[in-house]
Ligand binder design. Structure first.
Ligand SMILES: Nc1ncnc2c1ncn2[C@@H]1O[C@H](COP(=O)(O)OP(=O)(O)OP(=O)(O)O)[C@@H](O)[C@H]1O
Length: 301
């Protein structure tokens, strides 16, 4: 599989503190890559290193098969569109004037800029000043600016931040359309729910480390859902299991986290051996959100 972005041991230290540690990112060409993690986990710093806006302390970034560094940056950036932190654009100018600036700066044909504006469905809002735009409109104009150069790779840092549900859905739909048109999109969020249905690959960052990278199905498979045990004496059963497994009472059931099949059989044998009647053992249904919360410890989510 070809990767449009690949990093090896990518690390950023500020003073003694490593804010991004040893990342081996693999972004397959043509996917929507959801880059998830709580606030402060290092997503923006990583994206800035991918764009060579921040110099890595160690490790390597390869984009489109080439090393990204100060020397190669200019050429590689010609094929990358990005939106990092607040939306760009001069507030006192209209959308059209801002787009014209982008066109002139990059020396682009007019049709290309118009196509970018239509893609984000902003063509009817272009004569308003940017300061009168809603946040969603500003984000969409920012994405149009990033798209104007017809990038192969689009890097978007929290494009849904601060948007209402309708605005979030618009961005989601836009990302899907871009992916269908062959653009690889890397998009960060601190909320799994904002991108999990759009992203085909997920990378999860926690405390500067990549704690998961793979598909949604792989993420679900990587988790061990809690086991719920129903029996004749839930309190005594919980007391027997608690020290070793961290179990707790959940209604009339005993909820036991992190048990694989063998450990489940051992727990049941222990209870039966202690004279407790076990009449039900089942695995809890787990949502992707539960798995994400488990992995990141729920920090900042
Ligand atoms: N220039 C800098 N100097 C020192 N520390 C920094 C600098 N830039 C970022 N950090 C620290 O690095 C950590 C990661 O920040 P980063 O912005 O990459 O996280 P994030 O996951 O994008 O979070 P957020 O969504 O809140 O922006 C934070 O603790 C931040 O304070």
């Amino acid at each position: 599989m070809s990767h449009i972005v690949a990093t090896d041991g990518l690390t950023k230290r500020y003073g003694k503190r490593a804010v991004v540690q040893n990342l081996d990112l693999r972004v397959p060409t043509g996917c929507v890559y959801g880059f998830l993690g709580p606030n402060g986990s290092g997503k923006s710093t990583t994206m800035k290193m991918l764009l060579s806006l921040v110099q890595p302390s160690s490790g390597e970034v390869r984009v489109m098969g080439r090393p990204m560094n100060r020397a190669t940056r200019r050429r590689l950036l010609a094929d990358i569109g990005s939106l990092i932190e607040s939306p760009p654009g001069y507030a006192h100018l209209t959308g059209r004037e801002n787009m014209r600036l982008v066109q002139r700066t990059l020396g682009l044909p007019e049709g290309q800029v118009e196509h970018a504006v239509r893609t984000v469905r902003m063509h009817q809002q272009l004569d308003k000043r940017v300061r009168d735009y809603s946040l969603g409109m500003k984000q969409r104009l920012g994405i149009a600016m990033a798209l104007a150069r017809r990038p192969r790779l689009l890097i978007l840092d929290e494009p849904t931040n601060g948007l209402d549900p309708a605005g979030i859905e618009e961005i989601r739909e836009l990302l899907r359309r871009l992916a269908d048109a062959g653009v690889t999109v890397m998009v960060s969020s601190h909320l799994l729910g904002e991108i999990d249905r759009t992203a085909t690959m997920l990378g999860i960052l926690s405390g500067g480390r990549l704690i998961f990278q793979g598909t949604r199905a792989e993420l679900l498979a990587a988790s061990t859902p809690d086991v719920l045990i129903d029996g004749s004496e839930p309190e005594r059963a919980n007391a027997l299991l608690q020290a070793e497994t961290g179990s707790r009472l959940d209604g009339a059931s005993v909820r036991v986290p992190g048990l694989d099949d063998k450990a489940t059989a051992r727990a049941v044998a222990l209870l039966v051996g202690a004279g407790i009647g076990v009449h039900g053992v089942r695995r809890d249904e787990q949502s992707l959100e539960d798995v994400f919360m488990d992995l990141t410890g729920g920090g900042g989510l």
